[in-house]
Design a protein around this ligand. Structure first.
Ligand code: HEC
Length: 106
């Protein structure tokens, strides 16, 4: 009987460790990434590209946007769109985050 209880608690401790470890690595990866970068990857990457340099003629190079344009300009482009870029792709905190992240691309 003692052996059984020992075996059982070993399994409980082991599985608790495993799930803790998994959760930690997931939240670590997510918090390592700027929220704006996550929004960019979800919404903007199709036109502006993984390296922000634009994909052919479908999006502008944003890789130095932070040193070229003000956060206000960036925000207004995202809100209002421009020529072939659609308006209102993101809003609220996602908008704040992507404006902040792009402003850091210098
Ligand atoms: C459907 C394709 C498309 C998507 C999706 C898109 N863009 Fe654009 N974006 C463009 C195009 C095309 C331009 C250039 C428009 C022009 O002036 O001719 C542009 C221009 C911009 C500019 C202005 C660049 C400058 O130097 O004036 C910013 C900032 C920008 N996009 C940010 C974003 C962000 C942030 C997202 C995601 C929320 C996004 N774009 C999604 C196509 C897109």
């Amino acid at each position: 009987m003692k052996k059984f209880i020992f075996g059982l608690s070993a399994i409980v401790i082991l599985s608790a460790c495993n799930s803790d470890g998994a959760e930690e690595s997931v939240s670590k990866n997510a918090s390592d990434m700027h929220r704006g970068e996550i929004v960019y990857k979800q919404t903007c990457i199709g036109c502006h590209g993984e390296d922000l340099k634009g994909r052919g003629s479908s999006g502008k190079d944003l890789s130095h946007i932070g040193s070229e344009k003000s956060p206000e300009y960036i925000r207004s482009v995202i809100e209002n769109g421009t020529r072939s870029m659609p308006s209102n792709l993101v809003e609220g905190e996602d908008l704040d985050a992507v404006v902040e992240w792009l402003s850091e691309q210098k």
